[in-house]
Design a protein around this ligand. Structure first.
Ligand code: AMP
Length: 187
């Protein structure tokens, strides 16, 4: 089973992805985590992207798409993918469609965790204390949220017409969101 967790930054995609990885024995595809790893390793990719990430800007499609392509081509991970933070633009959504077709895979479920900006701001303030992410300060968050509204939200139109698209109130408690997802995937 492949599924996409979709929603604004701070919607709880990562939390649900980690739960689903355990439940389904799948793999979390968090482009944000992959990119943070590159920065930690101080790799050539890491050095290129650090400024964009710290300012809440998108990393280039070339870099992100190549990380995704590697994952989709990995036979161990095929049909066991939980996308968290990808696709984030229409061009990435189209790239994903092409890669899925090439590797004979489908997306079984798209879950949209819908949460208001004010609720997320409260969460981000807590996450900053716990995880100490450099892009979780308020100014960067607002930039990331605006980018989401302008560039990522239109991707919803791309998916929302499909029968495998489900909107979930992302302001609910974590366990309630998990229960709703469980109910939809029904395994
Ligand atoms: P996240 O952990 O998903 O909140 O992502 C953290 C940051 O990584 C984002 O603000 C972007 O700078 C970068 N990033 C993550 N995923 C993508 C993506 N699909 N396309 C472009 N940039 C991304």
């Amino acid at each position: 089973m492949n599924l996409i967790l979709f929603g604004p930054p701070g919607a709880g995609k990562g939390t649900q992805a980690k739960y689903l990885v355990k439940k389904l024995n799948n793999f979390q595809i968090s482009t944000g985590e992959m990119l943070r790893n590159e920065i930690q390793k101080n790799s050539s990719i890491g050095r290129k992207i650090i400024d964009d990430m710290n300012h809440g800007k998108f990393v280039s499609d070339d870099i992100v798409n190549s990380l995704i392509e590697k994952t989709l081509n990995d036979p161990k991970k095929q049909n066991r993918l939980i996308f968290d933070g990808y696709p984030r633009s229409l061009s990435q959504a189209k790239n994903l469609e092409n890669l899925l077709a090439k590797t004979n895979q489908n997306i079984d479920f798209v879950f949209f965790l819908n949460v208001d900006k004010e609720v997320i701001i409260k969460r981000i303030e807590n996450r900053k204390i716990i995880e100490n992410r450099s892009d979780d300060d308020l100014k960067t968050f607002i930039k990331r949220y605006d980018t989401y509204m302008a560039t990522t939200k239109p991707v919803l139109d791309f998916y929302s017409q499909n029968s495998n698209f489900y909107e979930i109130d992302g302001a609910s408690e974590i366990v309630e969101i998990t229960a709703k997802i469980d109910n939809f995937i029904n395994v």
